[in-house]
Write a protein that binds this ligand. Structure first.
Ligand SMILES: Cc1ncc(COP(=O)(O)O)c(C=O)c1O
Length: 326
């Protein structure tokens, strides 16, 4: 298969069966981390850029600015390099060092804000920084991934449709919530094309998106300290929250059981599947979106030193790998 642009190399038809993950049910991971940007956000990046091109705001030579916990920044750096746009990515200390170096290697300017906002996260600080930049330089183009519905459309038409096409009808689909672009796209698609499929949104404890109180979080990808405009709780999907220690434990279990090094958010979403296992009947077919792989988390989620420094209430590390299956 020959592609014309790096950002066209989207791999939407790869699923991994997690044999024995939930006895009596079938669990399939949709691996989104296999493209050149390494995450589900490549589709988001292309959609956001194209929406601003269509509106006329983005032209050859423009400078794009965007807030990202890492993956969207990398995806934008891939797409902007090929399209000839300059790029500034505003991120925070939770971003993987590796992601920052990748963005810089692809030619992006990266700004790391370090002041926590009133909710204990960094999102307000990142957005405030962008507003200040836009005031100083009105020619900057902000894609605003938290409010731009092009992201929802991209995941409705590509990610969700690919799940349906690749797996046929599934009983449940588990999706992580960050900006909620992937989630809302899946909700839109399945409401229309497979209304019998339960869609379950999984977020990190400490995120405010589902209305729970804010608390500090350390794993990038899921969660927000400011509810994203894209998120519409229309009652058609379920919601659940997972603690970061449970995320860590699940990532390690998947690595050791399946030889698959998954990213933090994949661990969170799989912990959501495990949490709701009693509600998944025997024979159920369950799809799970895995947004990225774990290479860039080896010094965080997979590092005993990093984990013990941050979480006081975790099970002994020796027990971390032994999550029980329901
Ligand atoms: C690793 C990872 N998982 C999940 C998500 C959430 O995706 P979305 O922003 O579409 O909700 C992101 C978003 O950046 C991510 O980087």
């Amino acid at each position: 298969m020959i592609f014309e642009r790096t950002s066209d190399v989207v791999i939407d038809d790869i699923f991994l069966r997690l044999a024995g993950f939930l006895p009596g049910r079938e669990v399939f991971l949709k691996l989104e981390g296999l493209n050149p940007a390494g995450s589900v956000k490549l589709k988001t990046a292309v959609a956001l850029l194209e929406s601003l091109e269509r509106s006329g705001a983005l032209r050859m030579g423009s400078r794009v600015i965007e807030s990202s916990s890492g993956n969207l920044g990398v995806a934008l750096a891939v797409a902007c390099a090929a399209k000839g746009y300059a790029l500034t990515v505003v991120t925070d200390p939770n971003a993987a060092r590796h992601s920052i170096r990748v963005m810089e290697s692809l030619g992006a300017d990266v700004v790391v804000v370090t002041t926590r906002d009133a909710q204990g996260g960094y999102l307000h600080t990142r957005i405030n920084y962008i507003h200040q930049c836009l005031e100083r330089n009105p020619k900057l183009v902000w894609l605003n991934q938290y409010a731009n519905s092009a992201a929802v459309a991209a995941h409705r038409d590509r990610t969700a449709a690919a799940v349906h096409q690749g797996l046929g009808t599934v009983d449940a689909l588990f999706v992580g919530a960050g900006t909620t672009g992937t989630l809302m796209g899946c909700v839109e698609y399945f409401t229309e094309h497979s209304p019998g499929t339960r869609v379950v949104a999984v977020d990190a404890m400490g995120s405010v998106t589902f209305g729970a109180p804010a608390a500090p979080r350390f794993i990038p990808g899921l969660g927000t300290s400011r509810r994203p405009e894209l998120f519409v709780d229309n009652g058609t999907f379920e919601k659940t929250l997972i603690s970061e220690p449970d995320t860590v434990a699940m990532c390690r279990r998947v690595a050791e059981t399946y030889g698959l090094l998954v990213g933090g958010s994949t661990g969170t979403v799989l912990a959501g599947v495990q949490q709701l296992a009693p509600t998944l009947p025997a024979g159920a077919r369950v799809a799970v979106i895995s947004p990225d792989m774990g290479d860039k988390y080896v010094d965080t989620v997979y590092s005993d030193a990093w984990v013990t420094e941050r979480y006081t209430d975790i099970p002994q590390l020796a027990d971390l790998d032994q999550i029980t299956t329901t």
